[in-house]
Design a protein around this ligand. Structure first.
Ligand code: PMP
Length: 402
């Protein structure tokens, strides 16, 4: 008998499987709107000019491949905390934060889970919006957390269901964790307004719920980093709450495969920061020992050099404005081709994704007959659109809906 009698087959991750299917498709017409990776106007991956400059500077100075400290590159952690909190809040809270470099955003979520598990007597419930990024449940379930979905989006009105959100917060068990997409909610593209964020923060504070921000798109959503970081700064600044922030540089620096991220924790007092920092160090040591260096060095170079940082701000504007333009172009082409129904939801959404609201039948037909690949829930990565394919995509959708 095998040691692994209890093993079972787990189907491949849907979005990675979709990418593989797209790559195997030989049609010249094929369009990839699946995985959320930025593509330029020629459907090519884009290395940010700021990242190229940082890489050159590193190579010129000479790059080593020594181990980083367990908590990661100090200049990267500090640069990250400063940019996420803004310099004013950073100065105010500098002694009340703990940071740990992580394996991108996913690793930050996992570290957050490890820490939350290690610091509570009973494992708290994790409340997760429905729909959400496909990996949230897995990350927290794999750590043994009870996970609860709450209705975030109304499929009828195709918009954020804020009343359902407030109701969940008012009914959640105290000492629970709530996953908050800081901006550019994946997959719906629907975020709370600033006023709604205020209400969310007040209820969470009153009910002692722990805010865990998933911040994978800061600066990538609006093109303005400060604007996108608003809810994080609201909770940790004005509302003076403890909060965790899971930061990814995959999208906003285009460092996907380098796994550059950081977990940032705002604590109640200085001793808490010291203790929690030490716990993060122990948790990191037992799992990855020390994080990868190359991407963190690039990010640190960008964050720590004024002219590179300026270039990075421009790069984020370049990406987010191309995405905005393509969102508008898809809308215009859908209307022009006579697609049935209203498409206003598409232009009310923001960020990398468009949540089209197509049935699975249509999604599969687009994939099989038109070589247009999108997630089963009809989420499209808008960056996959360009002036060469947007009309084809709109026309194909219209044909499938007629
Ligand atoms: N959270 C959300 C909402 C995401 O969309 C992503 C990327 N798809 C991540 C976290 C984490 O990505 P990474 O681990 O590549 O930083």
């Amino acid at each position: 008998t095998s040691w692994f009698n209890k093993s079972e087959f787990i189907p491949p991750d849907a979005i990675f499987a979709l990418t593989a299917k797209f790559q195997a498709d030989s049609s010249p017409q094929k369009v990839n709107l699946g995985q959320g990776t930025y593509r330029d106007a020629d459907a090519k991956p884009w290395v940010l000019p700021s990242v190229n400059l940082a890489r050159e500077a590193l190579l010129t100075r000479g790059l080593q491949h020594e181990y980083l400290p367990i908590l990661g590159l100090q200049s990267f952690r500090e640069g990250t905390a400063k940019i996420v909190l803004g310099s004013e809040l950073f100065d105010k809270r500098a002694t009340q934060i703990a940071t740990c470099q992580s394996l991108s955003g996913t690793g930050a979520l996992h570290l957050a889970g490890l820490l939350l598990r290690a610091t509570q007597n009973k494992q708290p419930t994790v409340y997760i919006p429905e729909p959400t990024w496909s990996n949230h449940h897995q990350v927290f379930k794999s750590l043994g957390f009870p996970c609860e979905s709450f209705k975030y989006y109304d499929y009828e009105t195709k918009s954020l269901d804020i009343d359902s959100y407030y109701n969940m917060l008012k009914q959640a068990e105290p000492n629970s964790v709530v996953i908050l997409h800081a901006c550019a909610h994946n997959p719906t593209g629907c975020d709370p307004t600033k006023e709604q964020w205020r209400e969310i923060a007040q209820v969470m504070k009153a009910r002692e719920l722990f805010p865990l921000f998933d911040a994978a798109y800061l600066g990538f959503n609006s093109g303005d980093y400060d604007e996108d970081a608003f809810p994080i700064r609201l909770f940790m600044g004005e509302m003076d709450m403890e909060a965790g922030v899971c930061i990814s540089f995959a999208k906003n620096m285009g460092l996907y495969g380098e796994r550059v991220g950081c977990f940032l924790l705002g604590t109640k007092d200085e001793q808490g920061a010291v203790n929690l920092q030490s716990m993060l160090e122990m948790l990191q040591r037992s799992e990855v020992s020390n994080p990868p260096g190359f991407g963190a060095k690039i990010a640190s170079e960008v964050l720590g050099n004024d002219s590179l940082k300026e270039q990075w701000f421009q790069d984020m504007e370049t990406m987010s404005s191309r995405i905005r333009a393509m969102r508008a172009a898809l809308y215009d082409n859908l209307i022009a081709s006579g697609a049935p129904g209203s498409w206003d939801h598409l232009i009310q959404q923001s960020g990398m994704f468009g949540f089209l609201g197509l049935s699975l039948d249509v999604v599969l037909r687009l994939r099989d007959e038109y070589h247009i690949y999108m997630a089963d829930n009809s989420r499209i990565s808008i960056a996959g659109l360009n002036t060469g394919n947007v009309e084809y995509v709109a026309r194909s959708i219209t044909e499938c809906l007629r």
